[in-house]
Write a protein that binds this ligand. Structure first.
Ligand SMILES: Cc1cc2nc3c(=O)[nH]c(=O)nc-3n(C[C@H](O)[C@H](O)[C@H](O)COP(=O)(O)OP(=O)(O)OC[C@H]3O[C@@H](n4cnc5c(N)ncnc54)[C@H](O)[C@@H]3O)c2cc1C
Length: 372
């Protein structure tokens, strides 16, 4: 697979790189410390077209492809991984399933507001039977809890996946202003704190019948395909974190002198930096390959799982190395590497834990045998 960037993709990447340097890098530590979604930055990202990156122009989006989207997410993450996580939850987990599986009426009502960033989206899944839906006359009524929902406290719209009797699963578009939708206060999070993953409790939330997404029995497939697609952006987030680890280590290795010379002159550290650079490139290529397959309408699920698995594990390894290379300073908040370390650990579990991704890749390799 050849991944050669078009002029449009390069332009978007460079625009977001400039925005990230000017607006995100200086505020990333505060976003992390405050642990809340920075609404003013989200509004700016809406104006830049990032919130509706892959939404067609007829719905008010920017109409970019997934390669461009992945490049934009990497740029955001290299400056502020929380912001990349906010955009991913909004664009991949909430907006994309409405675009891909929504009715004309659902698309017309939700996509323009989501694409502009006026409304923020989130995704609440009930993997362990946390959300339950039952029919009541013309409505559905949703009850239960969903945990670790990114953007929960600020979201206007949620794609919620709920169990339906007898053993089906349905997906719904839920407006969070509906009576009975409540975001619970949560314990302090380790990383990606700006995306403020919160717990949501639903108590008899009424959802009009017209807001069911796809077929009544289609919820599991919608959730699966949404998570598959989101793995591309999550992998790009991990690549951005890994890149930040490399870039900050390069700066530090040049400036810090030990035993009479800059760290950068120790060959052992040069080897480490070379390995870090190779891992960043490999993660990016896997991610862009999955995005490119997606854009051409080809199967991409196994490749997206591999990209997310490799990029997330690389981010964790590079974050450990970056902290070590900063010596004692690596453990202080004076340098950003301790934040990269916390963010890398958390990105590993979002949109598929390493174990879940290995099982998904094995499934692609072995098919029925892996499922036996
Ligand atoms: C930053 C972040 C953002 C998130 N955002 C959202 C969101 O927006 N919306 C949402 O609905 N959810 C969200 N989640 C939740 C996320 O999807 C779950 O945390 C994830 O699916 C893991 O589920 P769990 O926490 O219940 O872990 P568990 O399922 O309890 O797993 C615990 C451990 O056991 C391992 N394990 C489980 N089963 C197997 C197996 N068969 N073989 C081997 N190992 C196994 C797992 O890999 C993991 O390491 C988010 C999570 C994080 C960390």
């Amino acid at each position: 697979v050849r991944v050669e960037l078009t002029e449009t993709q390069r332009q978007l990447r460079d625009t977001i790189r400039a925005f990230a340097a000017e607006r995100l890098r200086p505020t990333a530590a505060a976003t992390d410390r405050d642990g809340r979604v920075p609404r003013e930055l989200v509004a700016e990202l809406g104006r830049l077209g990032v919130m509706g990156c892959v939404v067609p122009e007829r719905y008010g989006g920017a109409g970019f492809d997934h390669v461009a989207y992945a490049l934009a997410i990497e740029e955001l993450a290299a400056a502020c991984a929380s912001t990349a996580a906010i955009v991913t939850a909004h664009a991949s987990l909430a907006t994309w399933p409405i675009l891909a599986f929504g009715s004309d009426a659902q698309r017309a009502r939700y996509l323009p507001k989501l694409a502009s960033g006026e409304w923020l989206g989130c995704f609440a899944s009930s993997v362990e039977g946390g959300l339950v839906a039952r029919r009541d006359r013309d409505d559905w009524v949703l009850d239960g809890r969903a945990r670790f929902v990114a953007n929960a406290s600020e979201a206007h719209v949620a794609v919620a996946v709920a169990a339906v009797d007898p053993d089906g699963v349905s997906a719904f578009v839920v407006e969070t202003a509906s009576p009975g939708w409540r975001v619970e206060s949560v314990a302090e999070r380790t990383g990606l704190r700006g995306a403020a993953p919160g717990d949501v409790a639903l108590e008899a939330v009424r959802v009009p019948r017209a807001n069911r997404l796809g077929d009544e029995a289609g919820g599991a497939a919608i959730a699966g395909r949404t998570l598959d697609a989101a793995r591309i952006a999550t992998a790009a987030t991990a690549v951005g974190i890994a890149r930040a680890c490399l870039e900050d280590s390069l700066v530090y290795a040049r400036q810090r002198r030990a035993f009479g010379q800059p760290l950068a002159e120790f060959q052992g550290l040069q080897w480490r930096l070379a390995d870090m650079a190779a891992a960043v490139e490999a993660g990016r290529l896997l991610t862009l390959r999955a995005a490119s397959l997606f854009d051409r309408g080809l199967p991409y699920s196994g490749e997206a799982s591999m990209a997310k698995l490799y990029a997330a594990e690389s981010a964790m390894a590079l974050a450990t190395q970056a902290v070590q290379m900063h010596g004692g300073y690596g453990y202080t908040r004076e340098f950003a590497v301790e934040r990269y370390f916390r963010d890398a650990t958390v990105i590993a579990s979002a949109a598929g834990t390493p174990e879940a991704l290995r099982l998904a890749v094995a499934d692609h390799l072995l098919g029925e045998t892996a499922r036996a």
